[in-house]
Every structure is written in structure tokens, then in C-alpha cells.
Ligand binder design. Structure first.
Ligand SMILES: Cc1ncc(COP(=O)(O)O)c(C=O)c1O
Length: 366
């Protein structure tokens, strides 16, 4: 860990760098906009995905703003949330392997944690873990609504699996989920149509269950790059959009107009030439998944090359303004794959360090 917890109350310049920083006021405005749109304007539940946020403080912020719980990607993330007292957790991935299933079952002793399943084989493994742990695991069936990742085919096949699950003593069928991630590749009317088509497959699957006499309480989908178009569609009960609370260059590309609340603050460590700036953040600090980060305040740049611990910026125009020791702030290309590179989040208000939050959900443990 860095010594940044000793810098609480001090200005940004006092931080040890590289530092993952959150402008708490901008973040809260993003959270409020999401809660307002999803919960108040569209009457849906909000269960923000924490895969890119990790810190339980952020889950609590969203819940205080109106979220009904959180979505997680791994058992470890769910454990972190439950340990922090967060309820309403959905693990939106298929968990496999006896020991990890046992951990998922154990969580149910503290609070119900929903799990995703997409096959009878997998449902039986979940059921076995639940029965061995003496608990019931609430489940959603994941439906492939076009992304071609996990998920069962939509429609009658979902109802057939739901019926099988109803016969498993350790499971409790609550509904269906899907993720229309493939629609991020589209823009304009094509995106709107793709999202409507994908969500239609999910809601038709829910209807197929209901027509077969199986109650469906939850119809869960959507992310930060799609929820503005999916929330007005009929049939969803909740939205999983998460990373929009930070926003970044990828979400902006996917049509989200939120403030950039999360940044990576680096320091100039070398000025080899008037057009070159070397900072103390490379690819172990800033992800290049979905696109490079963007430095602020440098004017036009020719290139940014990230090696492990160095960011090498080539400027279009020579400049002597940025000296060794000065701060250079970057907007992440993708916050999801950037947060997981850090142990802590420096929470800033009006340029002062207000708190340092651990990011316990980020480790190699799954
Ligand atoms: C299951 C699931 N739901 C929702 C999302 C969208 O998450 P976010 O809003 O953080 O982009 C994802 C993204 O990968 C996902 O895997």
C-alpha cells in the first residue's frame, strides 16, 4: 500500500503517485443521474455491476442513492460485499468447481446471494452445493440474448430449464438475466434496434416461463452503455449498469454523457526532450483494454506508449511547462480494467484528499 492514507486532508499534489483518484462529487452526480433515470423515471430496480468498482463503499453509496443491491462477477467480489454488510447481491456469472460452489453456498448463511445458471448440469452442481451446505441458493437463468457468451437459448428452452430447477430442492428460481453487450458495437438507430431485439429475447423468455405457470420475479439486464435505451422498453424489472458511475473514454464512445469521475494521477519523472514527458504510470497502472487513457492539460499529443511503470508521452509541440515532479492526470480508457490494477482509491473533494478506500474486491482471488 502507498502512504496516501497519511495524506488525508492534504491537497492532490501531496499524493504518492501513481494514484487512482475519485472526484467524489462528480461520482455522486453520476450515481444520482443513474438512480434518477432507472429507479425514479422508469420504475425499475437498479443493481449496479461492481466488477469494475470493487470497493464496498461504492456499493453502499449506490444503495443509499436507491440501488436495490449489487451485481458481482465473482464469488470473491460477493464475499467482499456481504462481509461489508451489502445485501441484494447477484453473482451474474456461472460459478463452477466444488470449493467455490461451497463458498457461494456458505454466503447464503449471511444473506441470500443470487447466482446465474445456464444449464441443467450447472444447476445440479449448484443444487448439490446448496444441499451440502444446508441452504437454498436463489438462481436466475442466464439467457443468451445475442452476445454469444454464456446463456441458454431464449424462449421455451428457458421455461424447460426453469421447470427442472423448480424440481431441485437446493435452488429457488427467481427469474432471468441477460447482457446485451454485443450492442455496444452499434450506434444511432441500429443500436436502438439491436437493444430492443436483445431485450425482447429476454422478456419473451420470462413470458415463456410465466405461460408455463412458473412465476418470474426478476428480469435483469443492461449496462452503462445501453441502459438509457433499454430502461424504457417493457418487461425488464431491473438494470445492472455499473461502470457509468465513474465513466471513462469507452463509456463516452458508447454514448454515455457522464462526468469523468475517476482519474489516474501520475507524476513527471523525466523530461528527456522538449517534446517528451515520462510519467510514473504505465500499463501496470492504466489499462489499454478498449483504448488508451488520455492525459489532460498537455495539448495535442503525437503518441502515448505505456511500458510497465512508465508512460512515455510525445507532444506535438515542444513545451517546458511540465517539469519533473509535476502531476499529469489521465482519464482512463476503460475504468473496469484500470481499477483492478490498484489497491486503493483516493477520494478527493475540491482538490483535497478526503479518504483512502481499499479495493479488496480486486485481487487475483476469484
Ligand atoms: C453480466 C453483465 N451485466 C452488465 C454489464 C455492464 O456493466 P457496466 O455497466 O459496468 O459496463 C456487464 C459488463 O461486462 C456484464 O458482464
Amino acid at each position: 500500500m502507498s502512504g496516501n492514507s497519511e495524506a488525508v486532508g492534504l491537497p492532490l499534489d501531496a499524493l504518492e503517485t501513481p494514484a487512482l483518484c475519485l472526484d467524489i462529487d462528480a461520482y455522486r452526480r453520476n450515481v444520482a443521474r443513474m438512480a434518477d433515470y432507472i429507479v425514479r423515471q422508469h420504475g425499475l430496480g437498479w443493481r449496479p455491476h461492481m466488477k469494475g468498482q470493487k470497493a464496498p463503499e461504492l456499493a453502499k453509496e449506490a444503495i443509499a442513492a436507491g440501488a436495490r443491491g449489487v451485481t458481482c462477477a465473482t464469488v470473491y467480489e460477493a464475499e467482499v460485499m456481504v462481509r461489508a454488510g451489502v445485501a441484494g447481491v447477484l453473482v451474474a456469472n456461472q460459478i463452477a468447481g466444488e470449493r467455490k460452489l461451497a463458498r457461494l453456498a456458505r454466503l447464503q448463511c449471511t444473506t441470500p446471494v443470487m447466482a446465474a445458471t445456464d444449464s441443467l448440469d450447472h444447476a445440479r452442481a449448484l443444487d448439490a452445493a446448496a444441499q451440502a451446505g444446508g441452504v437454498t441458493i436463489p438462481v436466475l437463468i442466464e439467457v443468451d440474448i445475442g452476445m454469444q457468451r454464456c446463456g441458454i437459448a431464449p424462449g421455451g428452452t428457458v421455461a424447460a430449464l426453469a421447470r427442472e430447477i423448480a424440481g431441485l430442492r437446493g435452488l429457488c428460481f427467481l427469474g432471468v438475466m441477460g447482457w446485451e453487450g454485443h450492442t455496444l458495437a452499434y450506434g444511432g438507430d441500429a443500436k436502438r434496434e439491436q437493444i430492443a431485439g436483445a431485450i425482447g429475447k429476454l422478456t419473451a423468455s420470462a413470458e415463456a416461463c410465466r405461460a408455463a405457470g412458473i412465476p418470474v420475479e426478476i428480469v435483469s439486464a443492461s449496462g452503462s452503455g445501453t441502459f438509457r435505451l433499454s430502461a424504457p422498453l417493457p418487461g425488464l424489472t431491473e438494470v445492472q449498469a455499473g461502470g457509468g458511475v465513474f465513466s471513462d473514454l469507452s463509456y463516452a464512445k458508447w454514448g454515455l454523457d457522464h462526468e469523468f469521475a475517476l482519474t489516474v494521477v501520475t507524476r513527471v519523472v523525466s523530461r528527456p526532450s522538449p517534446t517528451r514527458i515520462i510519467v510514473d504510470g504505465g500499463f501496470k497502472t492504466m489499462s489499454v483494454q478498449h483504448g488508451q487513457p488520455r492525459p489532460l492539460g498537455l495539448g495535442a499529443i503525437k503518441s502515448l506508449v505505456l511500458s510497465a511503470e512508465h508512460g512515455n508521452v510525445e507532444l506535438e509541440q515542444p513545451n517546458s511547462a511540465h517539469r519533473v515532479g509535476d502531476l499529469i492526470t489521465f482519464i482512463p480508457g476503460y475504468t473496469d480494467s484500470t481499477v483492478c490494477l490498484h489497491d486503493e482509491l483516493c477520494v478527493l473533494r475540491n482538490g483535497l484528499l478526503e479518504a483512502v478506500w481499499a479495493i479488496p474486491g480486486r485481487t487475483g482471488r476469484r
